[in-house]
Design a protein around this ligand. Structure first.
Ligand code: CA
Length: 617
């Protein structure tokens, strides 16, 4: 009897010690949901020599259809099928070797939030505000440096981490709602545990974890809920082209074709236009698609179905977990386009009203248009993307207000650009912007001329598309890209305790900043909920004498915009005969900024380098 007890104790202890020492390092996705349209779920399991274990689970409605072993014995991929009637709950996945359990894992299947599948993305009635989270507001100085994170905060270094975080953004939600924007796009907030340049977010070292210097997963979820409660939808930035070299799958690769591998470092050509080019060579395409974006960014091979599933599931996990409304996909044209199409289709299959905006940094409409869903492409390519970053318009606005009109210059750039909209399946869904985190601040582009700044803003908020603003633009932040990215991603003054000026408040802004801020805020709040400017039929008239006139019309109402691009001459609209096909239907108008009322359209005054916006009835 005594001997028996001793033996079983030994047995128990040995099992216990094996179970305790086995380090099941990862199971991803972290959790899943019942009631998804796609019943399949592929779990990545990571642990030392996990591949030679037997896997079992016992839960009604869930079965292991197959187990995929790969070159690296530290990985297993479990292919699960979740039947439609499956109840939410937790099931144990057990891993056994030689009939002994080495470890088990409690996997959670949650119930979906009501209407999560119907979540609505953004459209032309929205204005998106882009925030670089490290540079906006430091709501929690205690998380500036975190254990295990390689890079420490250093506000003196333009390329270093400055300490901005989710708490800081949460504390400014009222400011943002009051400004009049309706959607927030944050540069990636997933963990970027890199030794240098980790602040921008584009080298993700953990797909399932908010960087601890920004907060945690639950704080992100809280941010989304609070933003939505104030009428602000949320756009999550994701990267599918690469993972940081600090990501566990890069440090211990599951197989050779997880990322593109070469004997020496091979860089992408960054030539996105090759992807739509009907004549491009395989050699050029493989450099573009298979070359690495940078040394620290492992270039994923999305032709590998395990890579593809890993990425697609991660994006769906964030949508369902956090309640976001849209995804902005970084470096859209760098992964294989067939995979990107499958990804977008999978997301929209689960969330039909969701928005997916691809960062397509190609500066010609003819190339951009190839990547929007339902494009009329020669090769039949269907991207399934709802929106694209309109870099063709970026080029046009960069020059238009710095030039007087010529055959192709000045306002003709805007007119000609919009004239190419026949190329797009949905031009009004394109994301349009004056600047973003990768290009010079627009205030610097136009030589810090507030007249041009206001004029360009009026154009952006009244032409077709979904306007996107860049944090700090409202207080005339400036900086050129060629000085270094730190100069176009400066801290929002007032976001850190002890800043000299709090430019979040009127009293902390100078007169010029307040002049622009008030102008922008007036236009944004007028635009909010205005269906005519968002969805109205656009009619524009060929610019003449530096005057560009256009209208948006809907349900018997119209918005009239006039841009005067002359540097010195104040103008009157004058002879309105040309505009009568639209103007003839209306009797009076009101200037949406000044409140001035007019009934004689010929008398409308447009000062040099300015825009006027009228509502007509
Ligand atoms: Ca902080």
């Amino acid at each position: 009897m005594k001997k028996y007890i001793y033996l079983s104790l030994l047995l128990f202890l040995s099992q216990f010690s094996v179970a305790q020492t086995f380090d099941l390092q990862r199971v991803e996705p972290l959790s899943w949901w019942v009631g998804m349209k796609n019943p399949n779920l592929q779990l990545l399991v990571y642990g030392k020599n996990i591949a030679d274990s037997k896997v079992e689970l016992n839960y009604e409605g869930v079965k292991i259809e197959s187990v995929t072993k790969v070159e690296n014995p530290n990985y297993l991929f479990l292919n699960l099928v979740i039947a439609p009637e499956t109840k939410a709950g937790t099931f144990k996945i057990t891993f056994t070797k030689s009939k002994k359990e080495i470890v088990s894992y409690d996997y959670v299947l949650q119930a979906r939030e009501a209407n999560s599948a119907l979540r609505k993305g953004f459209d032309a009635s929205d204005v998106v505000y882009l925030i670089m989270p490290d540079r906006f507001a430091n709501g929690n100085p205690n998380n500036d440096n975190m254990p295990g994170m390689l890079e420490k905060a250093n506000r003196e270094d333009p390329n270093g981490r400055h300490g901005g975080d989710l708490q800081g953004i949460i504390e400014k939600l009222d400011y943002l709602a009051d400004l009049g924007v309706t959607s927030l796009w944050l540069n990636p907030v997933q963990e970027n545990n890199m030794a240098k340049y980790s602040y921008h977010g584009y080298a993700i070292s953990d797909m399932y974890k908010i960087d601890s210097r920004f907060g945690d997963n639950n704080l992100y979820k809280e941010f989304v809920k609070k933003a939505q409660s104030k009428g602000l939808s949320v756009v999550m930035d994701l990267v599918f082209n690469h993972l940081a070299t600090e990501h566990f799958t890069l440090k211990d690769r599951p197989m050779r074709n997880w990322v593109h591998e070469y004997p020496d470092f091979k860089r992408t050509s960054y030539r996105g236009s090759l992807i739509a080019d009907p004549y491009s060579s395989q050699a050029d395409k493989s450099t573009m698609l298979g070359g690495w974006f940078d040394y620290t960014m492992g270039d994923l091979d999305q032709r590998n179905p395990l890579v593809a599933n890993y990425l697609i599931q991660a994006s769906i996990w964030w949508v369902e977990f956090s309640g976001i409304n849209a995804i902005r996909m970084d470096t859209q044209v760098y992964p294989y386009k067939e995979f990107m199409s499958d990804w977008a289709k999978a997301v929209r299959n689960e969330y039909p009203n969701f928005s997916l905006v691809g960062e397509v940094w190609i500066e010609q409409a003819s190339h951009l248009s190839y990547f929007q869903s339902d494009a009329n492409n020669l090769d039949g390519y269907q991207s399934n993307l709802t929106s694209l970053t309109d870099f063709a318009m970026k080029i046009a606005v960069q020059y238009a207000f710095n030039e007087e009109d010529s055959w192709n210059g000045g306002l003709l750039r805007l007119f000609n650009l919009l004239g190419e909209d026949f190329l797009y399946s949905k031009p009004n869904d394109l994301l349009i912007f004056l600047d973003n985190h990768d290009i010079s601040r627009y205030y610097s582009v136009i030589g810090q001329d507030i007249r041009k700044m206001k004029m360009a803003t009026a154009f952006l908020l009244t032409t077709r598309g979904v306007p996107q603003l860049y944090y700090g633009g409202e207080v005339l932040s400036f900086g050129n890209e060629h000085e270094g990215h730190g100069f176009i991603r400066k801290d929002f003054e007032g976001g850190w305790a002890g800043d000299a000026n709090n430019t979040f408040a009127k009293t902390g802004r100078n007169d010029l900043q307040n002049e622009y801020f008030d102008y922008l805020k007036t236009l944004l709040n007028w635009r909010k909920g205005n269906k005519v400017v968002a969805y109205g039929k656009l009619t524009h008239f060929l610019p003449e004498n530096n005057l560009y006139v256009y209208f948006k019309e809907l349900d018997g109402k119209a918005v009239m915009v006039i841009l005067n691009n002359h540097d010195k001459e104040d103008k009157k609209l004058g002879n309105v005969q040309r505009y009568m096909e639209v103007l003839g239907k209306y009797k009076k108008g009101k200037n949406v900024v000044t409140g001035e009322k007019i009934s004689n359209f010929t008398e409308i005054k447009i000062p040099a380098k300015s825009a006027v916006v009228f509502e007509l009835e």
